[in-house]
Design a protein around this ligand. Structure first.
Ligand SMILES: Cc1ncc(COP(=O)(O)O)c(C=O)c1O
Length: 363
């Protein structure tokens, strides 16, 4: 029987070595409750949760109000919707914004669902490769947008490269989208992980009314156990359509997760900074190790907790490393790119030990 949903390449690759240690995670080292308590001075096990009922479909109004005020100041609490992770949020957004036969534009390398989800709806997806410094080719972008594009997918800070764009570049992109009437789906799950805080961009939904922005607890907050993501959109019809799709999926999120997140929002900067510090430390180690390295090279990014390391024969090399050292890296084809290389997590505490192993491994 033909399948309705293709498996993600990164999942089928990963499943080949179920016991190998993953070195490609895009989330920074997850917090423990003890580490969170030490950092914030709060008791994270004492959650104020009396009401064990279903949540509303949009999600807790007080939490949405705090989120709008703190992260989306031009948006209203009713522009925010809680979802079961960013993955559900993406699914809902694509199902709302894209129909079969429509044209979607996305940069590569890419987090694979950003391409597979619209393709599975039956959309035509133009993949625009980022340049050797992970820069955007504006001529190619304009050509693609003017070809009746319905949606541009953005993901800055970028997975897998860690590349980021300036506010000037973002404004230029939005001007082009305005010119051609193109919607933007902006996956901002790494917002907060800029290596220099001054590089933080406004959420796209905050500055462009034909946009949906997306966030999650698993990445910048380093809390994948809290299965909460969210969508933000100022357009009422789009928001309503997204809500109706959500009724077919999770319906509402977990009240336990919400109780946790409510306590977390006031500590956002502190929590993000812990992972940025870890990433910057590891980035320095890696940069030093790669100077004049004969096999590996990297155009290092300025945000998020991953980078994309270039190397030859990426699939053969990563498969052999997994087989012989039980260390698992995701090669280029998992990110819809022909560039040879692999995504490396920069946000792990054991970075130095594992780096010494893979750096010295040759097939
Ligand atoms: C860019 C991007 N968006 C969305 C997601 C999905 O996040 P989650 O798995 O927490 O739902 C990921 C996860 O890796 C991601 O990297």
């Amino acid at each position: 029987m033909e399948k309705n949903f293709k498996n993600l390449t990164m999942m089928s690759w990963s499943d080949r070595w179920p016991n190998a240690m993953p070195l490609s995670n895009s989330n920074p080292e997850p917090f423990t409750a003890a580490e969170l308590s030490e950092l914030t001075g709060q008791d994270w096990l004492a959650l104020p949760l009396n009401d064990l009922d279903y949540q509303t479909a949009q999600g807790d109004p007080n939490l949405r109000s705090d989120m709008a005020q703190q992260w989306y100041p031009k948006c209203q609490p009713n522009d925010v919707m809680l979802c079961a992770g960013a993955q559900e949020a993406l699914f809902i957004a694509f199902q709302t914004l894209v129909k079969s036969g429509e044209h979607v534009v996305c940069f590569t390398p890419a987090f694979e669902p950003l391409i597979l989800m619209p393709e599975q709806i039956g959309a035509r997806v133009t993949k625009l490769p980022l340049g050797s410094n992970w820069e955007i080719d504006f001529n190619a972008l304009e050509d693609a947008l003017k070809d009746h594009a319905k949606l541009l997918v953005l993901n800055f800070p970028h997975n897998p490269t860690g590349a980021h764009i300036s506010i000037e570049i973002l404004e230029e992109i939005i001007q082009l989208c305005e010119k051609y009437g193109v919607w933007v789906l902006s996956d901002e799950v790494f917002r907060g992980l800029e290596h220099n805080k001054n590089d933080r961009l406004p959420a796209v939904a905050n500055i462009y009314p034909q946009a949906v922005s997306l966030g999650v607890m698993s990445k910048a907050f380093a809390l994948p156990a809290i299965r909460l993501g969210w969508l933000v959109c100022q357009d009422k019809n789009t928001y309503q359509q997204m809500l109706e799709i959500k009724n077919h999926l999770s319906i509402c999120v977990s009240g336990l997760d919400v109780a946790f997140m409510k306590k977390m929002v006031p500590f956002d900067e502190l929590i993000w900074q812990r992972s940025v510090d870890l990433t910057n430390q590891n980035k320095k180690l890696l940069q030093k190790a790669l100077i004049n390295h004969p096999t590996f090279h990297c155009q290092m990014g300025t945000a998020s907790a991953t980078c994309f390391i270039g190397c030859q024969n990426d699939q053969i090399w990563t498969a052999s490393l997994a087989q012989n050292h039980q260390l698992k890296l995701l090669p280029g084809f998992c990110f819809a790119t022909e560039k040879q290389g692999f995504r490396l997590s920069l946000g792990q505490k054991n970075f130095k030990q594992t780096m010494d192993t893979w750096l010295n491994y040759s097939v």
